[in-house]
Ligand binder design. Structure first.
Ligand SMILES: [Zn+2]
Ligand SMILES: [Zn+2]
Length: 289
């Protein structure tokens, strides 16, 4: 289903496009509480209509939704708490400014948590990939698995228990690791709340019309596709929304004013639902993790 009504801070933004499902979270003292979590990436899909009347079904692959589609905190009370902390910082600000700072701070925390979960720790205590790109020779694990840290005798990467997975397992979330995938030391995201929904949908449709205006491109993959190439590249561009695209590396959100993303996608016209021109599956964020 679409976002539950309590997630009202998503209203009229692209964050409305994300679908959620309920799950029963165990609570202290027994019993459960109904909570909401994203549907898995494989189940997320969007209907996007183009200006010229084409209708596209957008799907996602390889945990793309959780890795790359970020939203502000769904929990108003968490944002309220952070807003209070922001209000204690030096300087005079309006309530609204403190609220905006709180959303941004929580978002950055989330982006860095995602980055951390995408670079697993080894049982030797070191990350699989060097977190600092300038330190690849002396940190992280080599492709053959040997740990590169001076003095570490670890001969092969073996994942340590993940706090991220443990927390999701304890909460009885249906998908305990929606970030599972190739390890990476950089992570990029689109901040859906930053972009009005109609503007976002227009950008997605325009990206397809830019490469395939008359729906003449052949399918780039069988359906269901079974291989990784060839991609068709789409650019989703939000020129009036600096900050809609962010990138994090080495413990920092180092780009917080991006306005576009280049994506590797597949086109398929097999097994189309009624009224749909083509299915476009987003698999890859080009050039970055
Ligand atoms: Zn090590
Ligand atoms: Zn190791």
């Amino acid at each position: 289903m679409a976002a539950p009504p309590s997630y009202r801070i998503h209203a009229n933004t692209a964050a409305e496009l994300i679908h959620y499902r309920s799950y029963d979270k165990p609570v202290a003292g027994g019993g459960t509480e109904q909570c909401w979590t994203r549907v898995s990436t494989a189940d997320e899909e969007w209907n996007i209509a183009s200006a010229g009347g084409q209708k596209f079904l957008i799907r996602f692959d390889k945990n793309f939704s959780k890795k790359h589609l970020a939203t502000f905190s769904k929990k108003d009370w968490v944002t309220e708490k952070e807003k209070w902390l922001q209000s204690q910082q030096p300087g005079q600000r309006t309530d609204e400014e403190n609220w905006n700072r709180a959303q941004k701070q929580l978002l950055e925390n989330k982006i860095l948590r995602i980055l951390g979960a995408r670079n697993p720790l080894c049982v030797c205590g070191h990350f699989q990939k060097a977190s600092d790109p300038a330190q690849v020779a002396t940190t992280g694990h080599s492709n053959s698995g040997n740990c590169k840290h001076a003095g570490c005798v670890c001969g092969g990467f073996a994942a340590a228990p993940s706090a991220y997975v443990a927390a999701r397992t304890a909460a009885a979330k249906p998908d305990v690791n929606p970030l599972l995938g190739m390890p990476t030391n950089q992570s990029s995201c689109i901040v859906l709340n930053w972009i009005p929904r109609n503007e976002f949908e227009a950008a997605v449709a325009a990206s397809i019309l830019a490469v395939d205006p008359a729906n003449a491109l052949p399918d780039s993959a069988p359906f269901p596709y079974t291989h990784a190439t060839p991609f068709i590249h789409l650019r989703w561009s939000f020129p009036g929304r600096p900050g809609a695209v962010r990138h994090a590396q080495n413990g920092n959100v180092d780009v917080d004013n991006g306005t576009y993303v280049d994506l590797g996608t597949y086109k398929s016209t097999a097994a189309l639902p009624g009224g749909v021109t083509a299915i476009w599956t987003v698999a890859h964020w080009s050039g970055q993790g």
